[in-house]
Design a protein around this ligand. Sequence first.
Ligand code: TYD
Length: 212
Amino acid sequence: MLITFEGIDGAGKSTQVKKLRKALTDAGRDVLTLREPGGTDVAEKIRDILLESKNDITPVGELLLFSASRAELVQRVVVPALKKNTVVIVDRFYDSTTAYQGYGRGLDGGMLRAINDIATFGLKPDFTFFLDLSPEDALIRKFSEKSIPLAFEDGELDRMEQSGLDFYRRVRNGYLELARLEKERFILLDASESAERLHDRIRKTLGEAGLA
Ligand code: TYD
């Protein structure tokens, strides 16, 4: 079983990943949690290149780097774990590429589908929980986390986070479009709800599928 979490930066994915890991582990399941980009030695090096704020990367270069990191993770870690019947939970997967590099950066959808297919070896999540939050609310959360009242200081934002509010609006709309197009695996959640309530909703969905 492959479960993925999606949403713009600051939507609360990592909190939900941790809560779900605990719930499934307590229920006696073998669980592996991962986050993209990264997860192998090489993929972590690619992550550093992608997020380093000083790096000037073209949109296609960015797409291929995220995809290279994904190919490493899928082939070396995800597929072997799934073969052992482990529940694999990934914080971001190829829907991030469609939302950020496709809707956000404006790269061609057909090209993205082809590259996503190559990087995942055709692997699709059983469930994708999309934590939907407006970019404005995400920013407010980030400010309050960092306790910086009015502005981010130099070096505070990674390379992706420097892309601006309009970029994040396009990314969010992209996710909403994906949720409409792939209803059978996308579960749209309102990320402004409390972490406990969101966790309950996620458990309920998985429970109905006989998992949690
Ligand atoms: P990360 O610090 O992991 O952010 P978050 O906690 O929001 O998941 O950084 C990953 C960044 O890379 C994030 O801004 C989303 C972006 N990203 C893409 O643009 N395309 C992708 O395919 C993936 C996996 C991530």
